[in-house]
Write a new protein. Structure first.
Length: 69
């Protein structure tokens, strides 16, 4: 089953993007290309509280998956 992401509503597209950003920043942490403060800096850029919470939940998920403390 394939899903065309361009057909998603704007809110869902944004969640996909936030999830990708969370994955990337945790990968950067694991590879020592970022510091933990960068997560807070990225989260501070997000104005919507529910989007910020989603981003931080995604960060926590990827930290577990990638084994990052």
């Amino acid at each position: 089953m394939s899903i065309n992401l361009s057909n998603l509503p704007a809110e869902e597209k944004n969640k996909v993007e936030l999830d990708k950003q969370a994955s990337f920043i945790v990968w950067k942490l694991r590879e020592a290309k970022a510091v933990p403060d960068e997560i807070d800096q990225e989260a501070d850029k997000i104005r919507d509280d529910s989007e910020k919470a989603f981003f931080l939940e995604s960060v926590a998920k990827y930290k577990r998956v990638m084994g990052v403390a």
